[in-house]
Design a protein around this ligand. Sequence first.
Ligand code: UD1
Ligand code: CA
Length: 457
Amino acid sequence: MIGVILAAGKSIRMMSDKTKLLHDLCGKPVIFYPAELMKSLKMKRIIMVVNDKIKSEMEKLFQGWNIDFVLQKEQTGTATAFLCALENISSQSCEYLFVMGGDTPLLDRCNAERFIEFVRSRNLEVGLISAVLDEPAGYGRIKRKDGRLEKIVEAKEASREEIKINEVNSGIYMIKSSCAQKLLTEVVRKSTHKEYYLTDIVEYAEKKEAYLVSNSDVILGINTRKEQSLIRKKLQAKIIEKLLNAGVTIIDPDNTYIDYDVKIGKDSIIHPQVCMRGSTIVGQNCIIDTGSVIEDSVISDEVSIYPYSVIEKSHIGKGCSIGPFSHLRPEVVLKENVKIGNFVEVKKSVVGENTKASHLTYIGDAEIGKDTNIGAGTITCNYDGYKKNKTKIGDRVFIGSNTEIVAPVEIDNDAITAAGTTVTKYVPPYSLAISRVPQQNIENWVKRYRKRKECAE
Ligand code: UD1
Ligand code: CA
């Protein structure tokens, strides 16, 4: 079998500058899903029909997938799109062509395999998947005569009687390779519409049947933003169900956003309004509390992420605790049992085991050892207006509150900085760094001050 994905349409109803097939669905473009399905069905070849506007982008997206791209120069309908693919296939090279639109992302392998078996066992010329929809809207209607498939009528051309039919065409077909050319020639010759419809092959085929799926969701297509949001929800529900079955607690599945590639270990708990994006991996026994956003990051086992934390492209070690309201920007590595607390921002830094930065701190371009404590209000002054400079802090260091560390600089093992210190030069091991104006107490100053102010009134 050879797989053909039609992806050259104009996406007019999407009201977008880019093709609907590159819009996002749970972290992947729409077109990813049919391509992934074709791959899982082990097609002999996969052909994707594209237009010149998207060709290079599609080639880039599917690098290494072994997909053949075929150009449809003029968007004159699904029949011409299929014809473009057919010109690249010799009729002897396969028995059947499995054809589907690139905008139909919910078809799963199980239903596809049953459909394939259905068509093969009946030796059909044309088979298609149909479904019954409560609101058949713009889908092509399945017209039957004495219960047998007769033809497909597009919604915009349906009569008042035909439009009431709620069995619809999925746009997913199996077409016998040896008949394909003949059927398409008929379509082009006899067409009376503005475009050439692939659906018309049904009328001209002799041995044809529709395979009615019981779960109508699997045939839903995306033409509009509304359909995109509906399908996203259904896809999200599938992703979440898989995680629930694998032992992850998801407190409110309707309000949790987890991308297709995200992996989560068992006994982890995901609270509402969490977004987990891209290639994020979470270990076992983690807590991801409400409102947190995690993107392309690795979270090891037993990590707690408290509410409203943002983590991007970072690696979090076992047993760490983060947030509430922490921001880990790209390239952060936290070793085991690190604590990053309230309103702490970390960027491009490595933080050693058991080190804590519990409150109101900025750590950027730093390398921090183990068992170190970073006091509240500490700032690594990493930027001099021209470039970023590195800060190095050793093991068992105590950084007093409100320390400014002017990089590049190093604070060595077992050193202490006094609260309010501005560190501008190397601090040796076991030293106290203090830069502070000595305190003076001026006795009864307040009394004199008040008197002065009150007399002036
Ligand atoms: C099509 C079917 C309709 C079916 C529905 C299912 C036709 C005429 N109608 O309608 O019966 O119910 O799918 O979702 O086929 N494309 C091209 N080149 C073109 C036009 C379209 O490659 O010139 C591609 C599109 O990118 C898309 C697919 O073909 O992936 C389907 O086209 P679309 O315009 O979405 O067809 P529908 O109106 O949804
Ligand atoms: Ca469509």
